[in-house]
Write a protein that binds this ligand. Structure first.
Ligand code: NAD
Length: 293
């Protein structure tokens, strides 16, 4: 029997825990945690992501503020806004939704965020601390995957994990977390990317496969060892004739792989909700530090 790693239900429960904790702090007279977001331009997917972050905040009792800026905003004005948010001691988390328009240097923007409120975990200081296994904000998707693995009690000690994709926000931190020591994180890790030859040679040896490439149904059934655990990070909008005009498709050929493996995340309803939980977790963590809790 294949276990479906139900990120949706797990995230719902974990969000409930956050809401209960926030309620308890509010009863004691403390302010609500506050997440600020900056959205530049009209990108449809970015708007959707920011809207869902606002909804998540509302659900758990966080205050959220969204700064919606025109796509032609200057880099200097954006930096000024970030500085003013950094200086506001009542704000616990700041995220700048990526991608940014071409005339803005995304690295400069990421580095301008005060690491103390860098709840996306993209700042060099956050990434450096993660690499050294120091306490920090782990970016939401790798954090969500680790939490999912932990909650489902998936063993990592002595296991071989293959991560496919080496992006700064998913694949690379994922590979570090899976081998950093502690539970879960005791795997031997192989990191594959676009120039890896014969990927299936690696994936067929893996006890855990984590795929983050952005290519629908990239991981096929014959690429997986029987009994492996498969985590699908990918989300691609593929056009279809349904009401929305598209469906969300993962990087795993779900039906074919499911019949091979011992556990698998669905898309949607797997890693996505856990990512959303990760941002709330980080914001609460910052809040608690600020409140001395
Ligand atoms: P990215 O484009 O930054 O990185 C993709 C990686 O895949 C690269 O490192 C590249 O080397 C590798 N790659 C590309 N083609 C390959 C191939 N043929 N063989 C092996 N490796 C290959 O993407 P990303 O930001 O890491 O996102 C990856 C996917 O995860 C996307 O579908 C994205 O939408 C999704 N995503 C989901 C969540 C979530 O919450 N579920 C969060 C972030 C990203």
């Amino acid at each position: 029997m294949t276990t479906i790693l139900d990120g949706k239900s797990l995230a719902l429960k974990l969000r409930g825990d956050i809401r209960a904790e926030v309620d308890a702090h509010r009863v004691k007279g403390l302010r609500a945690p506050h997440l600020a977001a900056i959205l530049v331009g009209d990108d449809g997917a970015s708007k959707t992501y920011v809207n869902s972050k606002e909804k998540d905040c509302e659900y758990v009792g966080f205050h959220s503020s969204v700064h919606r800026l025109k796509s032609d905003v200057s880099e200097a004005d954006l930096l000024e806004l970030i500085r003013s948010i950094n200086d506001n001691s009542d704000i616990d988390g700041l995220i700048v939704q990526l991608p940014l328009p071409k005339h803005i240097d995304a690295t400069k923007i990421t580095e301008a965020i005060n690491p103390e409120i860098d709840v996306d975990g993209f700042h060099t200081i956050s990434v450096g601390k993660l690499t050294k296994n120091e306490d920090t904000y782990i970016s939401a998707t790798p954090f969500g995957v680790i939490k999912l693995i932990e909650e489902y009690g998936i063993e990592t000690k002595g296991k071989h994990c293959v991560v496919i994709g080496r992006s700064n926000i998913v694949g690379r931190p994922m590979s570090i977390l899976m081998s950093r020591g502690g539970n879960p994180g005791e795997c031997t890790v192989t990191l594959c990317h676009r120039y890896t030859k014969n990927i299936s040679v690696h994936t067929k040896m893996a006890d855990i496969v984590i795929v983050a490439v952005g290519i629908p149904k990239f991981l096929k059934g014959d690429m997986v060892k029987p009994g492996a655990v498969v985590i699908d990070v990918g989300i691609t909008r593929v056009e279809t004739n349904n009401d929305k005009g598209y469906e969300l498709v993962g990087d795993v050929d779900y039906d074919a792989v499911k019949s091979q493996c011992s556990a698998i995340t669905p898309v949607p309803g797997g890693v996505g909700p856990m990512t959303r939980y990760g941002l709330l977790f980080n914001t609460l963590k910052s809040y608690k530090k600020k409140q001395g809790l």
